[in-house]
Design a binder for this molecule. Structure first.
Ligand SMILES: [Zn+2]
Ligand SMILES: [Zn+2]
Length: 333
């Protein structure tokens, strides 16, 4: 034993632990503009948020045991809550760490208008400080800078097509592929055209019903024997409860984190959900812990035959076959 006397030290250091406040998430985010640092921060924040989720152990256990299919109403509610907590974590982490969407600017505004605007504001301020005289050289400069600014605004507003074509050409020249595609989507007008009347019906609600019918018709256009289909469903249900439900099945009834990771790797970036605050990037850029949560959650769904209502939502986006033809005719979609 060395003969040193031990020194004891007590430190009073203020520290803060990261928590994931479940605050409301508002605006959409722009994954395109996220830097590597943003993505790292997203992963880290998501990890903290997911860590705070209370696992619905009973529901997961009931399902994993898999003696029989879990059909407890309490467990169903627990799983729905688990789902919404995972989604909320994805939204919160993205909203905190990923840059928010910018309003699209007019082509040429920042280069042609902004410098003149600043000039005009500068000379206007000097003119005001000089006592707002109605003549003299300050008054003349203020008048000129103001006129140039207004002229530039008019020019930019009247020449959007030309300016945006120029901006597109410049992007091509610099080989900045991202700028080019931004420009293309801006010119396309982004979303699909909308119309208040299609065929003989008027109003959003009626148009919605029309498209639901069309969709229904499309997906049941291949003929089938109703009785045969009924029998098939019955057989599948019976086998699932007699073989899978009794644990006599050799197939696996769960997803591993690796399965989820493989599936996520196949996702294409920039695909939005029905609710635009979640996109495929939320999953692609997530931390590994998300795969663990999703594997638990999806496995539980498989044995409880449940799907949270939010997962059942689907959105039909009508895409016109030809933009030259009328958007008011349903056969053009
Ligand atoms: Zn259960
Ligand atoms: Zn099975």
């Amino acid at each position: 034993m060395p003969d040193h006397a031990p020194i004891f030290l007590t430190l009073d250091v203020p520290s803060s632990s990261k928590t994931c406040d479940r605050v409301s998430v508002s605006k959409g985010v722009s994954w395109n503009r996220a830097t590597d640092t943003d993505i790292l921060a997203y992963k880290e924040t998501l990890r903290v948020c997911l860590d705070e989720i209370e696992l619905p152990l009973d529901a997961l256990h009931c399902s994993v045991e898999g003696q029989l299919m879990c059909s407890c109403p309490d467990h169903a509610n627990d799983l729905i809550e688990y789902h919404s907590q995972i989604i909320l974590s994805l939204k919160i982490a993205a909203s905190r760490c990923i840059p928010h969407r910018r309003k699209k600017g007019l082509a040429g505004w920042s280069t042609l208008v902004n410098p003149l605007k600043e000039d005009a504001i500068f000379w206007n301020k000097i003119w005001m400080d000089c006592g707002r005289a109605n003549s003299g050289w300050v008054y003349n400069i203020r008048r000129k800078t103001r006129a140039k600014y207004r002229q530039a605004v008019r020019f930019v507003l009247n020449n959007q097509d030309k300016l945006s074509a120029e901006r597109m050409a410049q992007a091509l020249e610099r080989n900045a592929s991202r700028d080019l595609w931004q420009e293309v989507s801006r010119r396309k007008g982004g979303s699909s055209p909308s119309t208040e009347s299609i065929d003989d019906v008027e109003g959003n609600e009626q148009v919605r019903i029309l498209f639901i019918d069309k969709y229904d018709e499309l997906y049941s256009s291949v003929s089938y024997d109703k009785q045969e289909m009924k029998q098939l469903c019955f057989d599948v249900d019976r086998e699932a409860s007699l073989i899978c439900g009794m644990g006599k099945c050799s197939s696996k009834h769960h997803f591993t984190a690796l399965d989820v990771r493989k599936a996520v790797k196949k996702l294409k970036g920039g695909k939005s959900d029905a609710r635009p605050s979640i996109s495929s990037d939320n999953f692609i850029k997530a931390c590994d812990e998300l795969c663990v949560h999703l594997s638990l959650f999806l496995s539980a769904l498989l044995t409880s035959s449940l799907a949270p209502p939010a997962m059942l939502e689907s959105v039909l986006v009508p895409i016109p076959k030809s933009r030259k033809k009328s958007v008011c005719v349903s056969s053009n979609y």
